[in-house]
Structure formats: C-alpha cells, structure tokens
Write a protein that binds this ligand. Structure first.
Ligand code: MN
Ligand code: MN
Length: 478
C-alpha cells in the first residue's frame, strides 16, 4: 500500500520525531548558562596555564582537596570523618573520592590522564658545540617534531641530587624568566636537508636540542667547553646540582607562557596539555561540587597514558585496586576478595579523554557523519582503537543507553562520535585497561583541534559541557 502524500508540516513533524540532530551548543542554551560557561572556562584557563606536568597536576589536586577538607586515605580511619578522600601515588597519580550514602561497593568512576606530550631531557643532556651549550631531549608521546622548533619553551620538573635532596625546577613561565629554544634551519638553506624530505623526517629527534647557553666561564681563554662549564656553574649556584644529577631527574620541556582565549569572539581556549588536563579539571570540579551522592564517586588522574599506560603510575598500575581496598576499609566494611571483585565489575565508569574535532581544512581524514564537531558538546565515544576496532574498548549498547539517558535528563549537550575515518589511523585511551578490571566504561570528552600540538584548541561550549556531563554522571540515578 502506497503511503499518503505528506504535507510540508507533516514532513517537518516526522523529521523532528525521527531524525538525529546535532546542534551547536551555544545558541541552544540559556544566556545564564553561557555566562556560567565563560566563567568556568576562565578558571580552566588559569589551571592549564599553571599546571603543565603530571607532578604539578597532582600537587594542584592535593591542595584543592585539602582546601575542601578532604583527608588523605592513609591518614584516615573512617570516611564519615571527612567530606572526601584523596590519594596521591609517587607524586604522579592522584585520586579523589566522595563516599556515597549506599553500599561501599557502588562506585562511579571518572578516569582522566594528567600527562601530556612533551620533550624530556636525556640522561646526559648537556653538551657544548661551537661555543653554545645545549640540552639533548627525548620526546614523550605522539608529537610532530617540527612543532617544537623555534618557539619559546619552559622547563619543569625535579632533580634528585647525589645526597637524595629533591630540587624542584620551573624556568620560563614568569615574565622575566629566560625561555629555551630549539633552533630551526633558515628557509634559505633548508631546501634539501628539510624541504625534500617527508614532513615526519624533516626534523629528526636527535636534532631536538635545546639552546641553554652562550657565555663562557670566566677563566683562561683556552678553557675547554667553557660555556658548558658556565651552565654547570649556574646550576650549581642556583640549585646545588651537578651534571651527574641529571641521571636522577625528570625535567620536562613544555611550551612557555599561559593559555589564551582564541578567536575575535573568544570562542576557544588555546593552550598546552588540554589532552587531557581539560578532562582532569572538569572531573575534579564535578567531584568537588558533589553533596552526599548515592554512589561513591571517584575521580582518577592517571599518568603515562601518552606512552601506553605502562609503569607504576599509569592505568595498568595496581594502585587502582589499592583505592578500592581503602574505600572498603574507610566505610568500615570487610573487603573480602569477592566483595572487591564485585565492586570492580559493577563500577560504572567514564574514561574522560579528548577526541579529534573535524578539522575543516582536513575533512578528508574524518567521517563527517560520525566524527565530533567543535562547539557541539561533549563527545561520547562508544569505541576507540584503530582499523577493525583493534585495541578498542567498545562499550556495550546497554551501558551507552544508561549514559545518554542520564545526560538527556540533566540537559547536557552532547554528541556521539568516533575518531577519524576507519582506516585513517586512530588511538586509544585508558578505557581498555579499566575495562580489563570488569568495569562498564565508555569514553567521553571534548573534541580538540590541533590535538597533541604544543597549543591545542578547544571550544568553550565543549569544555563546559564536559564538566556538566561528568557532574550528571556522578549525581544522576543510572
Ligand atoms: Mn588523551
Ligand atoms: Mn593524547
């Protein structure tokens, strides 16, 4: 039987009822919420301006937790005595929890990562060449090496001296601080050595050397490596460290200076490390806003995601089990192996991580129908991984259904998407490592432009909606 011909208004009704719509957030929210979003993003901008390493993120989270009366798990006998609990582990992993009113095994968890792509100093970094001193580096995570030349860089980190004293270093952020540069070749002479090469090979890793000095030590003219010696002398005078101490150091080279608003209308935040400290900040703020939730809410801030989540501060670390054990202990309940396992397998979790926004200039690598659009809200990613869903966490339809209902009920503006065309590339998150513990987990975070570049771009609507989405996840009945 042929259908009756529909009128214009009937077609519109049908469309409204059946078609999926992705709307830009900004025009679909109230003026008061736009205002709240801008205020929130200002605080966020300050956060990513000051927090540039995983260690600095842990320090920040600890201080904010203490300010709110949270107590360190190890120092606490019973969680009823504090509004919240915090953990830090080896200075590079942190967790926060607000105990729920129900069973201690009823847990909601949001995991983000606080490490970001950067350059690390090598074990023996310092050398002199042609009257200039340099630090050799080894890149950390997925960078495009040509991004890191000819731009002001800062150095953040720690050095442990021969006697075990810890020295904290941060150079390049204050207006009067010197910065560090990796020199690039002038275009006049780079035709062959760079211009004729593939872009990924034009700047080799071994040429990512940081200019750190050009003044010789005040000694006899024939003093060998006099500039290098002068740098060592400055380091000794300022920090009491020697060349050997670089062996027991973690010094990270990151873009210098604060994050900024981007665009004439200030629609975007431009800053370093938004993958994934945007999600770390949003989940931290969501957790701090909780008042007596039903489920125990946990925010986990992981290190080492950018290099595969290995190591004792990454998502594969057993520290996550320690947190669960503590939660049981602090609730005054016996954590027998069965109860612990049950708490893990029944945990509802979000892997809070960014995704790629469709880049208008490179639409050929994206699937426009299935990839995230900037300004269209937090992006829910059912699965990650690459070609053929290899190495993916693929959340169940049932779990995705819970999340979308929670967000819709709370008025969160969100979109669903995956990253890039199917065989174009891809990437993973911590989701699959937490899924291995049996949790229900799905990825969700703001889409970024220029992801993994020294300055990444995020739309303010998406940053704010990520915060709102994490808030709803913690406090809505699932
Ligand atoms: Mn990430
Ligand atoms: Mn990343």
């Amino acid at each position: 039987m042929a259908d009756r011909k529909l009128s214009k208004s009937e077609v519109k009704k049908l469309r409204d009822k059946l078609e999926s719509k992705r709307k830009p957030v900004w025009q679909s929210i109230k003026a008061s919420e736009r205002k709240a979003a801008l205020r929130w993003c200002q605080e966020y901008r300050e956060f990513i301006s000051t927090v540039k390493t995983e260690r600095e993120a842990v320090d920040f989270i600890r201080k904010e937790a203490i300010k709110r009366g949270f107590r360190e798990a190890a120092s606490l006998q019973n969680s009823a005595k504090a509004p919240g609990i915090f953990w830090t582990f080896r200075g590079k992993l942190a967790a926060l929890a607000v105990p729920g009113s129900g069973n201690p095994g009823d847990i909601r968890l949001i995991a983000s990562h606080i490490d970001a792509p950067r350059l690390d100093l090598k074990i023996y970094p310092l050398y002199e060449e042609l009257g200039m001193a340099f630090f050799k580096t080894h890149y950390y995570g997925g960078i495009k090496k040509f991004h890191w030349v000819a731009m002001p860089l800062a150095m953040h980190g720690v050095v442990l001296t021969g006697s075990g004293r810890k020295v904290e270093i941060s150079i390049g952020e204050k207006p009067d601080d010197p910065v560090f540069m990796i020199n690039d070749l002038l275009p006049h002479l780079s035709r062959k050595v760079q211009g004729s090469k593939k872009v990924g090979e034009a700047v080799p890793a071994e040429k990512l050397n940081l200019l750190v000095g050009g003044l010789p030590v005040n000694g006899p003219e024939d003093t060998k490596d006099a500039v290098k010696l002068n740098i060592l002398r400055i380091l000794d005078r300022r920090y009491g460290i020697t060349e050997e101490d670089f062996i027991s150091a973690e010094l990270e080279i990151v873009p210098a200076g604060p994050a900024r608003d981007a665009g004439l209308d200030g629609a975007f935040v431009c800053g370093y490390g938004q993958d994934d400290r945007s999600c770390a900040f949003a989940s931290m703020q969501a957790l701090f806003g909780l008042e007596s939730p039903a489920s125990t809410c946990v925010a986990l801030f992981l290190d080492k995601e950018e290099i595969g989540s290995d190591g004792n501060t990454g998502a594969k670390s057993r520290f996550i089990e320690q947190i669960y054990l503590d939660l049981f202990r602090l609730a005054g309940t016996d954590a027998d192996p069965g109860a612990l396992l049950n708490a893990m397998t029944s945990t509802r979790a979000i892997s809070a991580d960014v995704t790629a926004a469709v880049d208008p200039d490179y639409q050929e690598v994206h699937d426009r129908r299935n990839n995230a659009l900037a300004g269209h809200g937090i992006c829910l990613k059912k699965y990650t991984g690459h070609g053929g869903k290899y190495a993916a966490n693929d959340a169940s339809a049932e779990y995705v259904s819970l999340i979308r209902r929670a967000w819709d009920a709370a008025g969160v503006r969100w979109q669903a998407g995956s990253m890039g065309k199917v065989d174009e590339g891809g990437g993973g998150t911590v989701a699959k490592y937490l899924a291995a513990l049996g949790m229900d987990i799905v990825d969700a975070g703001p889409p970024l432009l220029s992801m993994h570049a020294p300055y990444e771009i995020a739309h303010k609507a998406d940053l704010y909606m990520s915060y709102r989405a994490y808030q709803a996840f913690y406090s809505t009945d699932l």
